[in-house]
Design a protein. Structure first.
Length: 519
């Protein structure tokens, strides 16, 4: 059984192998064809196998350079809402809808005197807190500007004596609201401010050349300094011109109008060389001022003093058997002024101003209220010439004199404080005469020299000054003043106690020093 099975398997395997061999042998074999060479010009043998086509060159490699990665610059830092920008303190809203400039000023002085005048007439050597002000200025929107200020060092303004006038704001200084729709070209401001008469009167005491304004302006020209009213003024960006016109009470600082009359005042200048473009003489200006006003028993006349407080012309005449005869403004006054300011390349320059005044007055008997003892008249002129040089720095430290344009917030910036050293000299002349209109009146019958202030007063004053600036915020000042008095009024002919007369030269010397901060 096992043998059968084995034989069957062998036979089956042999059958399968034989079938595969027969299949292979039955497949046709292609006959071999001998190679032949085709004759020239013969058509190619279609049956010939073509040579393999040459391989195409690989395509050039294209290198794709990715574009550079552009990194956006970081956004600019936000402007601060408060701080100091180039030395000016500010506080603002994010959209500049409200901008505030907190500021103030402090001036501490020392005055020393030397003279042969009667001891009672000479101020005493003293330290003086001249000004201590808190101030706030700013913008509401883009065209409403304001300033608020009060002085804690100045005494309240004097009462008007026998004149029925009352104070309105004790110790108020520069307080006004201004509308500036065309930037600095047109500005209307209403309130109390430095009146637009002469260059020096429109220069802030924060930036005086000397410790005080000149005799010409402060004592003779416009003793009240500040007035209440409305003023229209402006200039263009190139500073080719400046103009101002004001309607004022005309009764001085912090007094309401004592009658129904207003004073008219104006000032203007032109810079002729500024039209040539930037040049060293760009800021030379030629200008003038005018002032007129009528008074019906107006306020008392301000006493005239030197920078140190030595009285030149009093506002009261203690004579005629009366307690006091007070000089009050009465009638229409006319004053005009001329000015030349000539800085050269911001380093040195000269300045000149001239003031003429014709002012009627009345002598009021204080024992009988409002009783006019006599009509009086004050008439005269005064002028000064000044020269300066900056040994260190230049006049851009303190800015433009005689303008007082609104403070504006410029692009935020920080720069170190500049220092400056200014050397100045000034010579001025004053010639005025106080007379009675009626020679037959009790005052008119008196001779000049018998009543203080009556008659002619002449003053020749020479000053030398040195000022060190650390930015426009701090300054140290030293002034020497020599005043020489002439004329025939009692203030220059009076005798000292014990029969000692004034020295032959009629001189008075003042040494003054100031440390000041102006924020």
């Amino acid at each position: 059984m096992r043998t059968r099975t084995t034989v069957c398997a062998v036979m089956l395997a042999a059958g399968i192998a034989g079938g595969r061999t027969a299949s292979a042998q039955e497949a046709p074999v292609a006959p071999s064809v001998p190679e032949t060479t085709a004759p020239a010009g013969a058509p190619p043998n279609a049956d010939a196998v073509p040579p393999p086509a040459p391989m195409a060159a690989p395509p050039p490699t294209i290198v794709v350079t990715p574009p550079p990665v552009v990194v956006a610059p970081p956004p600019p830092p936000e402007e601060p809402l408060a701080g100091f920008s180039n030395g000016t303190a500010f506080l603002r809203s994010p959209d500049n809808g409200f901008v505030l400039f907190p500021n103030g000023r402090l001036q501490s002085d020392l005055y020393l005197y030397k003279t042969g005048a009667p001891y009672a007439l000479v101020p005493k050597n003293s330290f003086i807190l001249k000004r201590a002000r808190l101030e706030l200025a700013g913008w509401v929107g883009s065209w409403v500007y304001f300033q608020i200020g009060a002085d804690f060092a100045a005494a309240p303004p004097p009462t008007a004596g026998v004149v029925p006038a009352t104070q309105t704001n004790i110790n108020a200084t520069d307080d006004f609201v201004a509308i500036a729709p065309c930037e600095d070209r047109i500005i209307l401001q209403v309130g109390q401010f430095d009146a637009p008469f002469t260059l020096e009167n429109r220069t802030s005491d924060k930036y005086f050349d000397f410790i005080e304004r000149s005799l010409t302006v402060r004592a003779f020209g416009i003793p009240t300094n500040k007035e209440q009213g409305a003023m229209l003024h402006g200039t263009n960006p190139d500073r080719n011109y400046y103009y101002s016109f004001a309607v004022l009470n005309g009764d001085g600082q912090n007094f309401k109008n004592v009658d129904n009359n207003f004073d008219l005042m104006g000032r203007a200048w032109i810079a002729p060389l500024s039209f040539l473009g930037p040049n060293p003489a760009h800021d030379i200006t030629l200008g003038g001022s005018y002032w007129t006003g009528n008074k019906d028993l107006g306020p008392s006349l301000s006493s005239q003093t030197t920078a140190g407080g030595f009285t030149i012309l009093p506002n009261a005449l203690p004579a005629l058997g009366m307690d006091t005869v007070q000089l009050n403004q009465q009638g229409r006054q006319y004053s005009w002024a001329l000015e030349v300011n000539a800085p050269i390349d911001h380093t040195f320059g000269v300045r000149w101003e001239f003031v003429h005044k014709d002012q009627p007055l009345s002598a009021i008997d204080t024992t009988a209220k409002n009783a006019i003892a006599a009509g009086m008249h004050l008439k005269g002129w005064s002028t000064y010439g000044e020269a300066w040089v900056w040994a260190l720095g230049d006049d851009r430290i303190v800015g433009e004199p005689g303008m007082q344009m609104p403070t504006r917030l410029k692009k935020f910036g920080v720069k170190p404080p500049q220092s400056g050293l200014q050397i100045l000299t000034r010579l001025e002349l004053l010639d005025e005469k106080l007379t009675a209109d009626d020679p037959a009146s009790p005052i008119g019958s008196l001779k000049a020299g018998s009543v203080l202030g009556l008659g002619e007063t002449k003053v020749t004053s020479w000053q030398l000054g040195v000022t060190y600036w650390m930015s426009k915020r701090f300054r140290a000042m030293a002034n020497y003043t020599l005043n020489h008095f002439g004329g025939d009024s009692a203030y220059v002919t009076a005798t000292a106690p014990a029969g000692k007369t004034l020295d032959g030269s009629k001189n008075e010397q003042e040494f003054s020093f100031r440390l000041a901060i102006a924020l």
